[in-house]
Each structure stands twice: as structure tokens, then as C-alpha cells.
Design a binder for this molecule. Structure first.
Ligand code: Z16
Length: 830
């Protein structure tokens, strides 16, 4: 540490704010010259984007530093959000709004000969996530920063984010790698001084510690370095700045090179290559466990580095271990980071020398677990042999955790062998499997689901036996939320402005409940007109994007019907496109007078299929085959258009979400844990066509059932229907059969390629209940058409939608986590 007088000197020399647009221009020119080493004769949009971002980053880092200083001084309890994925999207626009300096930067950029709008488009999305789970993590760090909670995200710095989707000439999805760092990344800061060893493989030995006690110790194997990268996360309307710390793998040059490689140079080089590969690519599966060794290595690498970092910080506070959980809360985002439970227990017992029980007490008080799915194929299980090989000491620890837990259960419920089997962390299969979700339940003090219905299903279907052991209080619900900053303020400036004008202030941006005041204006004709004009302009903006990028012309006067999300059987994009085919069939059979009564519709799809998910990829192909026929059928004209927007991502969502009249959230009841795009659409005045599933239910409760179109089998009826299908087979709905017949007639090209898809409706039952729900779906669609023709009624519903969305702010969700799980208080910046 420097002496007091020197500290004063440093303080007096600290960089000052960029107070005027001239200051901003100077800063941009500075970065162009010195950060990028570009001459003024040689500045293009990319360079200008980069220089501007570096200038903005300076402002963020200043807030980052004062935030860290404040936390260092107050040393409060902190929360760490362990998430494999952070689907951040673009940073520049968000940072400019958070620093309330967008106007000044836009002027400065203009004065230097560029347009801010162009520059914003230069930025590559940070797409370190698959879908809902990763985007949720991004919304939660936004809200934590805004609410001034001391929360950090911990994750991995993938060199390749989620793949880029290309729709080829045949209408199939192709994938290309997303090398998002190709032009550098101004939004991260590499910390060469923050670096940890992470170990794999090896064996367990018995060793004497300094006190002469024998301890188990994990020895040998290979080591890698984890190097930290920080991404500052600005809060809105505060000087507080959050952080996401992402780890990158690096070869460990020094580790026992000779001994472990026996002079085998090829192997030595390969080991180094492996280290470079570890954090190279994000696994592209949403709601599906890949089961790959490399994935388990990624998971352990990330939680090991994060825990070392967190423990180092805790040790600086010089507090006793028993106070660990007063200083640290760790939130496990899904099953991916659950090895952290065994790792913390190992560090406390093997390395720090705590007794097993004291260590376990700390562990269970520190961790909490969020479950995001009830789909069995998404819940991670790792085979015992793989775990013994890769993490031998952890496997022993998990066996011990299980043993002690089962002993407790046996004591509580003597002789209940069934119960013991039901709650055992080890599944007695061939080979044995570690049920990671069970380890999380045993090792956490709270388990939460992400929407009311989902949290009930977590208790009833996933962990029923655990309720018996722990009581129901351990299992709670915290309904998901989205950040109103990105999803309304930024994405929909026109709507933002009339809301602010109508409510008389911008308070709603951080107090979303304020939107309820819009209800007063729902019947106001003048307001309705303004409101729907905004919707129209947002539809024009999307229509322009579609025309420019895809060469398809769609009319903003049509009803825009949108379904954008990962392509998955349970989300039933198949149901949607079958409904489109039904609509097309009906149109084909109508005469002119009948057609004149039809509500023109544009059906928009978007979303990625996991590269190995054959049926999902076939759905994309079917959508594109149908689009080709329908869009080129001149007799149909504007009455029906079908668009599959390629490469759906956060930055595209910001254009798409404000432009819906209707969006579809039509998962089989009980399968979509929450959904979050449903919230984004409704917040932007779009109505929903949805099933009684996930957060749709609570959206209905908040906005009123007259403002949402709901249909379909209820969750509690699904199991019986599936069961009956197994016995009696599936008798397809008549309209559905006609649609299938049309596909099979070759109306959309070679029908045989679609056989595997059509088979999912009949062979072994219609698992996702598409036939069962088809009639209800079509009837609701007719109701949507009829309602849309009543412009006044529609405008009122649209206003009521936005007005009712206060509850779904991620600010509310994060506050609930802080109060009910983390026991965390905000640390005000001023
Ligand atoms: C994911 O995106 C979700 C769950 C999961 O287990 C794994 C991944 Cl990668 C999604 C849910 O499907 C969705 O319903 C939910 O809204 C979202 O997580 C956030 O909770």
C-alpha cells in the first residue's frame, strides 16, 4: 500500500468525468489514436464503434472502481450468481442509457462524422448462452446493479458463443461458429493477476497435515490455469456498477511436466492444446444434458476457480470460518454448477482442515439452488466411473454426503427402504449415476422454481420424497422477471416516450408497478390512437428489417403473429406451423367475398435448434417449406405470409418484441418452467396466445383473463392423456388429419422427408398433445382474428397488457431472492 501523501496525490490525479461533448470527442479521438492506433484518414464504422466503446468503458471502470472501493470498506455480505450462461447481447446502448449520456455521445459521434445508430449496429452480441436461462442471468445482474445489491456473476469466457444459424437454400438450418471476439471486445477487462490452478484426474492419498493429523488429499493428474476477465455491468440511475467474472482456461506450463509426460513431447503439446480448448465453446443445448466429459470439465473448472476467488476474498476479511455464510451467498443457476457443493466441502475439509460436520453446516447455509426445468432429459446425471476418473476426491465426498444424509433419513423414518432409494443421490443403475439435482437439494438451504405452477411441479413431480425429509418450507417459488431497461426503455423508445409523457416521470423505469397508472387511459380514444401508432411504427421497423434482410415484403397492416424461442418439441412450433397450414387450406377453399372478411396475418418464427436435435431441425425445414409455397401463392397475397427469421438473438429480439400483435407461448402444459419472452411481448403491448403453463398463468392473473387468449389441456390432465394414448393410440383431430394429408400430398415438396416429424404425432403416442390441443388452438386463433378487427377493443387490451406487467420486472425478482434466500442488503452508492 502507498503512503497517505502519495494516496492523496493519486486521488488528485484521478481521471475526471467527460463533462462536455468536446471532452467526449477528445476521448474518442484518443482511443482511436492510442487504443486502436488508427489514423484519422483511416477510421471506419467498426473502428469508430470500438473507440466510442472504449471511451464509454472508461466511464464504467470509474464506477466499477468506486463500487469495489465501497464494498472493500463496508465489507458486507455478498452474493455470487453461478451461471454457466450469460446471454448479454449488446452493451453499448445499455451503458449509454445507464450513464445517462446517450444524447451527449450521439452528438459527439455525429460531430466526428458518424451516426450513433450505425455504430450501435456494429456491435456483436455477447451470446454466451442458449436461451431463457442465460438471458435470465443477464437480467438479474442488470437488476442487481441497479438496485445496488453486492452481487457478482461468475461464468466462463467462451471463445465461441451460441452458433450462428444460417438457413440454407433448401430451408434447413446450418450452423457456423460464433467467433464473437474477432474484432476485440471493449467490454471486458483481462486480469492477468487473478489466476488459479484447477486440477483434474489424479488420485486420492493420505497425508499428514501440520497438526500431525491424517487427511485425505487429491494428488497428481493435470492442472490448468483459470484467468479472470471482468465485464462491468452498469446499473440504471445509480453510480453502482456490477460485475461478471468469466474464466478462461490456459495451459499450465510449470506443472510437473517431466514426471507426468515422461518426456513424451507430443503428449505434452496435446495437453497444452487441451487446456486451450476447455473454455473454447458453449454447449448449444437448451434444456438438454449432453453428458460429455468436456462439459463436466468446464463445469468443474468454472466452479473451482470461482470458489478459490471467493474464498480468497473471504480470507482477506480475517473472519472465522463459521461466519462464511454471513459473508457469502452462492446461487446455483440450474444443475450446471452443482459440483460447487462437493468442491466447497473438499476445500473446507481437505485444505482448510475443518471437521466434516462444521464444513457441511457452512456449505448448506451458503448454497441455494434454482431449478429451471422438470424435463428429465435436462437434469444432469454424471456416471460414477467418469466422476471417479476426472474428480476422484469429489466422488468420495459425494458418497459421504449421501451416506450421512441417508443415515439421517433412516433415523427419521426407520426401515423405509423405498424412501432411501427415492432420495439417494446415487442412482443404482448400470453404471451408477450421480443425480446432480438431488445433490443440490441436499446441499442447499433453499430450492426455488421459476414460476408458480413450475414450483408446484418441482415439489410434486421432481422432489416429492425430499418434502418428507426436509419439510415443504425448503421449496419456494420466485417467479422470473425481465429488465425493463433493455426490454422496454431501450428496445421501444417510442413507447417509452409516451409512457413517460403520460405518467409524468421516468420513475416507472425502476419502479415498474407505476405502469398500472396507464389503466386510467385504456379507454381514452386519443391515447389509444397514440398507443397503436407506436405499435404500427414498431411493426414498420420490423417489416423493414425483414424486407432488407430477407427480401420478403410484409404489410404492417396485417396482424403480426410471432413465435420466437429455441426450437423444441415441448414448445410446439410444430403446432403453430400445422395451424398455419390449416389456415392456408381454408384460404384456398374460400371465394373472394369470404376472403374479404379474413384478417390478414404475418406469422413470424425465429429460433435455433440444437445441432444434434433432428426433429427440431425438421420443424425448421417444414416452416420454410410452407413459407415458400404460401408466400409465392399470388392468390393469397397479403392474407397470409410466413417468415422464418434466421439467427434469432438478443439484438434481434429487441426489434422483434415491440412489433407483435400476438405472440405464441404454446408449450404443452407443465413443460415450460416459466418462459420470459412472454413477459417481454406483453410489456411491449403485445397480446398473448398461450397455454395454461409457466408464467403465462401469472401473466393472466396480473393483466386480467379478458386480455389474454388461452387454450389447451391443463397440466394435471396431461399424465392421464399420455397414459391413455399408450393404450388406445391416438385418433388424430379431423382438421389435423386434413393438414397431414396436405403435407403428404406433396403440397410443400417431397413429403417423405417429413415422415419422422409426422410420426411424432402417432408412434408411441402424441407425447406433446398436439392433436389433443389442436381444436382449442384453432378456435382461439379465430377469436384472435375476430378481436383484432375491433381496433378499439384491441387497443384497450394492448394498453391493459403493458399496464399490468409491473410484477414481472427482474427488480422484483432480485429483491425476492435477496430477501427470501440471500439475506442481502443493498449498499447505496450515494
Ligand atoms: C433453459 O434455458 C431453461 C431451463 C433449463 O433447465 C435449461 C436451460 Cl438452458 C429455461 C426454461 O426452459 C424456461 O422456461 C425459463 O423461463 C428459463 O430457463 C429461465 O428460468
Amino acid at each position: 500500500p502507498l503512503e497517505e501523501t502519495l494516496l492523496e496525490r493519486w486521488k488528485s490525479l484521478a481521471p475526471h468525468d467527460l463533462a462536455s461533448t468536446t471532452d467526449i470527442e477528445k476521448s474518442i479521438v484518443y482511443h482511436t489514436t492510442y487504443t486502436l492506433c488508427r489514423h484519422r484518414y483511416n477510421v471506419d464504422k467498426t473502428a469508430m464503434y470500438s473507440a466510442t466503446s472504449h471511451s464509454v468503458r472508461d466511464l464504467l471502470l470509474k464506477e466499477w472502481n468506486t463500487t469495489q472501493e465501497r464494498l472493500h470498506v463496508t465489507n458486507p455480505k455478498r452474493c455470487y450468481y453461478l451461471s454457466m450462461e450469460f446471454l448479454l447481447g449488446r452493451a453499448l446502448d445499455n451503458a449509454l442509457y445507464c450513464l445517462s449520456t446517450k444524447k451527449e455521445y450521439a452528438e459527439s459521434v455525429k460531430a466526428l462524422g458518424f451516426s450513433m445508430e450505425d455504430l450501435l449496429e456494429e456491435e456483436r452480441d455477447a451470446a454466451l448462452g442458449n436461451g431463457g436461462l442465460g438471458r435470465l442471468a443477464a437480467c438479474y445482474v442488470d437488476s442487481s446493479a441497479t438496485l445496488e445489491y453486492p452481487v457478482w456473476g461468475y461464468g466462463l469466457r467462451f471463445k465461441y458463443g451460441i452458433f450462428k444459424q444460417i438457413i440454407n437454400n433448401e430451408g434447413y438450418q446450418d450452423e457456423t461458429p460464433d467467433y464473437w471476439l474477432s474484432h476485440g471486445n471493449p467490454w471486458e477487462l483481462r486480469r492477468d493477476d487473478i489466476k488459479y490452478d484447477v486440477q483434474f484426474y489424479g488420485y486420492v492419498a493420505t497425508k499428514m497435515n501440520d497438526a500431525g493429523e491424517s487427511r485425505l488429499s487429491w494428488e497428481g493428474g493435470e492442472k490448468m490455469y483459470a484467468v479472470a476477465y471482468d465485464m462491468p455491468i452498469p446499473g440504471y440511475d445509480t453510480k453502482n456498477c456490477g460485475n461478471i467474472r468469466l474464466w478462461e482456461s490456459q495451459p499450465h506450463n510449470l506443472f510437473d511436466f517431466g514426471a507426468f509426460n515422461n518426456g513424451d513431447y507430443d503428449k505434452a503439446v496435446n495437453d497444452q492444446k487441451r487446456a486451450n480448448n476447455l473454455t473454447a465453446v458453449l454447449y448449444p443445448n437448451d434444456n438438454h444434458d449432453s453428458g460429455k466429459e468436456l462439459r463436466l470439465k468446464q463445469e468443474y473448472f468454472w466452479v473451482s476457480a470461482s470458489l478459490q476467488d471467493i474464498i480468497r476474498r473471504f480470507k482477506r476479511s480475517k473472519r472465522p470460518w463459521k461466519e462464511f455464510s454471513d459473508q457469502v451467498a452462492l446461487q446455483l443457476n440450474d444443475t450446471h454448477p452443482i459440483m460447487a457443493i462437493a468442491e466447497l466441502q473438499r476445500l473446507l475439509v481437505d485444505v482448510e482442515g475443518l471437521a466434516w460436520d462444521s464444513a457441511w453446516d457452512i456449505v448448506t447455509k451458503t448454497f441455494a439452488f434454482t431449478n429451471h426445468t422438470v424435463l428429465p432429459e435436462a437434469l444432469e446425471r454424471w456416471s460414477v466411473p467418469l466422476m471417479e476418473h476426472l474428480l476422484p476426491r469429489h466422488m468420495q465426498i459425494i458418497y459421504d454426503i449421501n451416506l450421512f444424509f441417508l443415515q439421517k433419513v433412516e433415523k427419521q423414518f426407520p426401515g423405509d427402504r423405498d424412501l432411501l432409494n427415492q432420495v439417494s443421490i446415487i442412482e443404482e443403475s448400470q453404471p451408477q449415476q450421480v443425480r446432480m439435482a438431488y445433490l443440490a437439494v441436499v446441499g442447499s438451504h433453499k430450492v426455488n422454481g421459476v414460476a408458480a405452477l413450475h414450483s408446484e411441479l418441482v415439489k410434486k413431480d421432481l422432489f416429492p420424497a425430499f418434502i418428507k425429509c426436509f419439510g415443504p418450507e425448503k421449496f419456494i417459488n420466485i417467479t422470473n422477471g425481465i429488465t425493463p431497461r433493455r426490454w422496454l426503455y431501450q428496445a421501444n423508445p417510442a413507447l417509452r416516450d409516451i409512457i413517460t409523457e403520460t405518467l409524468g416521470s421516468e420513475k416507472w423505469v425502476t419502479h415498474l408497478d407505476e405502469l398500472a397508472q396507464l389503466k386510467k387511459f385504456a379507454d381514452d380514444k386519443a391515447f389509444q390512437k397514440k398507443w397503436m401508432d407506436v405499435k404500427y411504427r414498431n411493426k414498420q421497423r420490423l417489416a423493414k428489417w425483414i424486407s432488407t434482410n430477407m427480401g420478403i415484403d410484409v404489410s404492417p397492416d396485417s396482424l403480426f403473429d410471432i413465435q420466437v424461442k429455441r426450437i423444441h418439441e415441448y414448445k410446439r412450433q410444430f403446432l403453430n406451423i400445422l395451424g398455419v397450414i390449416h389456415r392456408y387450406r381454408e384460404l384456398c377453399e374460400m371465394n373472394d367475398s369470404e376472403r374479404s372478411k379474413v384478417t390478414p396475418r404475418v406469422v413470424i418464427f425465429g429460433g435455433k435448434a440444437a445441432p444434434g436435435y433432428f426433429v427440431a431441425k425438421l420443424v425448421i425445414k417444414l416452416i420454410n417449406s410452407v413459407a415458400k409455397v404460401v408466400n409465392n401463392d399470388e392468390s393469397i397475397g397479403d392474407l397470409l405470409k410466413v417468415v422464418f427469421i434466421p439467427d434469432y438473438k438478443v439484438s434481434l429480439a429487441e426489434i422483434i418484441t415491440p412489433a407483435s400483435d400476438i405472440s405464441q407461448h404454446i408449450s404443452t402444459a407443465g413443460t415450460e418452467a416459466s418462459g420470459t419472452s412472454n413477459m417481454k411481448f406483453v410489456l411491449n403491448g403485445g397480446l398473448i396466445l398461450g397455454t395454461v403453463d409457466g408464467a403465462n398463468i401469472e401473466i393472466r392473473d396480473e393483466i386480467g383473463e379478458e386480455n389474454i387468449f388461452m387454450f389447451g389441456t391443463l397440466a394435471d390432465k396431461v399424465p392421464d392423456i399420455r397414459h391413455n394414448q399408450k393404450f388406445y393410440g391416438v385418433l388424430l383431430d379431423a382438421n389435423l388429419q386434413a393438414v397431414i394429408d396436405l403435407i403428404e400430398s406433396g403440397a410443400f415438396g417431397d413429403a417423405s422427408i417429413f415422415n419422422p416429424l409426422i410420426d411424432t404425432l402417432t408412434y408411441g403416442g402424441d407425447y406433446y398433445l398436439i392433436s389433443e390441443d389442436f381444436d382449442g388452438y384453432l378456435k382461439k386463433q379465430t377469436e384472435v382474428d375476430d378481436t383484432f378487427r375491433d381496433k378499439t377493443l384491441w387497443a384497450k387490451k394492448s394498453i391493459m397488457c403493458t399496464a399490468g406487467m409491473g410484477f414481472f420486472s427482474s427488480d422484483r425478482a432480485v429483491r425476492e431472492y435477496a430477501d427470501k434466500i440471500w439475506n442481502l442488503k443493498p449498499i447505496p452508492s450515494e
